[in-house]
Design a protein around this ligand. Structure first.
Ligand code: BTN
Length: 338
């Protein structure tokens, strides 16, 4: 159920043609001809693009030239960079929402298809795990929720969080970092949290209806964008690399990775994901303090089991299986993966 209108598709085509020409001009006549639009209709679409932040130069008798594009996450910016089959092919873009997970959940209840993505420039009530808030200032970072409709029994749905964590860590590594996964689903750079995942599920006992995988990645936040109490724990990709991050390019790269890992997971099962997760993990082999709703455990994080639960060898020698909780790593360690 794509949300984009015909006008949007025409705008995408215009941008595609202008991008192809690079710094050369494309004549209005040629554009009108390719799009089957009158010159007046073409002018209207150009104005619509300009109001969205595209700088398009128009020179009489030469034509149009794309000078710069806005740093936004609409399908106009992301779609041309995307090489997925389904994920992100329909993008529901919002300037501001409470939580993209909530918007995605409602869309999925109303029948949205596998792969549709809700993305926002800002969240006013971004949700973190365990009732926490995900700080989501406007125009800097990536906040999105993907609607998935996998054929899985509900008890296997948590594995999807690990699938997303692997895709996230790999994408951040492609950006020149040594991103590591902290169980269950935090991604860290140099021991500081850069991204988190919140997976929500609608299911009946035997069957998943849909899963909403919500991902927040701090891309361009600077220290002052984090509340005081998070500053010693959080970072952004640009703080780590010293360079601004083009958000549409990052989103397209991440969604492409995510679809690749989802395909692998749905075809071959969880084993390959688990192996990659372990290689990217900074948690395994660590002395940890685990806080669950019911208890605190201290021990060594030995492994994750075939369903993604953390196995902790406690000080008393027993092996405990932790399905959900917070892990404090008492001595941070680099992951093994290269
Ligand atoms: C965590 O580490 O606590 C999970 C954070 C998940 C944040 C993302 S941002 C996009 C999506 N919408 C939300 O409200 N939360 C997730």
């Amino acid at each position: 159920m794509p949300v984009e209108s015909t006008e949007q598709t025409q705008e995408e085509l215009i941008l595609g043609f202008l991008s192809e020409s690079g710094s050369d001009y494309t004549s209005g006549e040629a554009l009108s001809g390719k799009l089957g639009l009158s010159r007046a209709a073409l002018w209207k679409r150009m104005e619509a693009l300009r109001t969205q932040g595209y700088r398009i130069e128009a020179v009489p008798s030469r034509g149009y030239r794309l000078v710069s594009v806005p740093d936004r996450l609409t399908s106009l910016e992301v779609s041309p960079l995307l090489s997925t089959r389904e994920l992100g092919r329909a993008i529901h873009h919002h300037d501001s929402v409470g939580s993209t997970n909530e918007v995605a959940f409602r869309l999925a209840q109303d029948g949205a298809e596998h792969g549709e993505v809700v993305v926002a420039e800002q969240q006013t009530a971004g949700k973190g795990r365990r009732g926490r808030v995900w700080v989501s200032p406007p125009g800097l970072n990536l906040y999105f929720s993907a609607i998935l409709r996998p054929e899985l029994p509900p008890q296997r749905a948590p594995e999807l969080t690990l699938v997303a964590a692997v895709a996230l860590a790999e994408t951040l590594r492609d950006w020149g970092t040594d991103a590591a996964i902290k169980w269950p689903n935090d991604v860290h750079l140099d021991g500081l949290k850069v991204a988190g995942i919140l997976t929500e599920l609608s299911a009946e006992p035997e069957r998943v209806h849909f899963v909403v995988v919500g991902v927040g990645v701090n891309l361009n936040s600077r220290t002052e964008h984090f509340p005081e109490e998070l500053r010693s724990m959080a970072t952004s990709l640009s703080l780590a690399t010293g360079k601004p991050v083009p958000r549409a390019r990052f989103a397209a790269a991440l969604w492409t990775r995510l679809e690749e890992w989802l395909d692998r997971y749905l075809e071959d099962g969880f084993d390959a994901v688990r192996a990659r997760w372990k290689a990217l993990s900074s948690t395994l082999g660590q002395d940890v303090l685990v806080r669950t709703d019911r208890q605190e455990l201290r021990g060594v994080a030995e492994d994750i089991d075939p369903s993604g639960a953390l196995l902790v060898r406690t000080v008393g020698g027993s092996l405990e299986r932790v399905l959900a909780g917070d892990v404090e790593q008492l001595r941070p360690r680099k992951p093994r993966a290269g």
